[in-house]
Design a binder for this molecule. Structure first.
Ligand SMILES: Nc1ncnc2c1ncn2[C@@H]1O[C@H](COP(=O)(O)OP(=O)(O)OP(=O)(O)O)[C@@H](O)[C@H]1O
Ligand SMILES: [Mg+2]
Length: 312
């Protein structure tokens, strides 16, 4: 049975994926699995939001959930695959507060009692007749979601149907960080950061995030000001610069000048623009954060800035 292969714990190959696109691309496969007797509806609300996931494993998980829903459903019972954003304001279970994408499969089937829910994720736990189920479907779902930094939730009552939700950490538009680690990196000790940003509101926000991470921030509104701050403060340990700034030097120019003067300085570019400026920024050796970004993307990007410095 091919589902079995999915259950083996495979190394994940996470990529930034548009979750709704992956679901839409799986639609034919899911319909084939469900058959013609049961209506399958997609209700996709994640838009262009992305998550850092292994799309093959995600598709396998979705298929496992849909097959479970099919097996539990009475004739004509509707199965719905839905997705949408969800913000956790507080810690929930293993999940930190933050932005998540919920991908759920709902059915109107037999439901599960508490004892079944409690054991459902166990490998080889099945209530199906021998030869019908191997009990590995939900354990694959669980393994995939947990390895992706998320959590699986089951809402079910006997006779009332079942909803199994995968909560996956949303990756922030911005992060062009395809190879970013799934696990949160270890916190970095505070450093002196030079933040070059001409938009004072954006600057305030980024300064607040950097401060929250334990860094001390000096601000500059353009490249020339940033250069004089940098030259006056040899203790600076990181430059975070906007790419587009007023004056005759861009953030990339600033980064080039400073890295020539101080080859050890970690540098992080950020940009809200698309197009030419972005292409230019991408051609540099420095990591680029796309604005707007959130704290976890910033943490990863800072790590990349330190990594990039170590490599040359
Ligand atoms: N949508 C659902 N409705 C009712 N019960 C469910 C549902 N999903 C899972 N279960 C229960 O959880 C058990 C474990 O599910 P799991 O997908 O891990 O294994 P399986 O479906 O029995 O076998 P396999 O997926 O390997 O073919 C099922 O046997 C069933 O009792
Ligand atoms: Mg199953």
């Amino acid at each position: 049975q091919h589902l079995l292969a999915f259950a083996r714990r495979q190394p994940l190959n996470p990529q930034v994926c548009r979750v709704d696109r992956v679901i839409a691309e799986s639609e034919a496969l899911l319909r084939r699995a469900v058959g013609e007797v049961l209506p399958l509806k997609l209700s996709l609300g994640s838009g262009t939001r992305t998550a850092l996931i292994d799309s093959g494993q995600f598709e396998a998980a979705l298929l496992n959930l849909v097959v479970n829903a099919r097996d539990a459903s009475p004739p004509g019972g509707t199965i719905v695959v839905e997705s949408g954003p969800e913000t956790l304001a507080k810690t929930r279970g293993e999940l930190k507060p933050g932005a998540y994408l919920r991908v759920a499969v709902c059915d109107e089937g037999a439901g599960m009692d508490a004892a079944t829910i409690a054991r459902a994720f166990e490998p080889f736990f099945t209530t199906k007749a021998s030869g019908k189920g191997t009990g590995l479907g939900l354990s694959q779902v669980y393994g995939f979601v947990r390895q992706s930094g998320g959590e699986v939730e089951i809402a079910s009552k006997p006779g009332k149907g079942t909803t199994v939700s995968m909560l996956l950490p949303a990756s922030h538009e911005g992060a062009i960080l395809q190879d970013a680690p799934v696990a949160a990196p270890a916190p970095r000790p505070g450093v002196e950061v030079l933040l070059a940003e001409d938009d004072s509101e954006v600057g305030d926000l980024v300064e607040a995030m950097l401060t929250e991470l334990g860094h001390h921030v000096r601000r500059a509104g353009d490249a020339d000001e940033a250069l004089s701050v940098a030259r006056a403060h040899p203790e600076l340990g990181l430059l975070v610069t906007d790419v587009m700034m007023p004056g005759d030097k861009s953030g990339v120019d600033l980064a080039s000048i400073l890295s020539a003067e101080r080859p050890d300085l970690p540098i992080l570019l950020s940009s809200g623009y698309t197009g030419q400026e972005l292409a230019q920024a991408r051609a540099t050796p420095w990591p680029l954060l796309r604005k707007p970004y959130a704290l976890d993307a910033l943490i990863r990007a800072i790590d990349q800035a330190f990594e990039a410095r170590r490599m040359h």
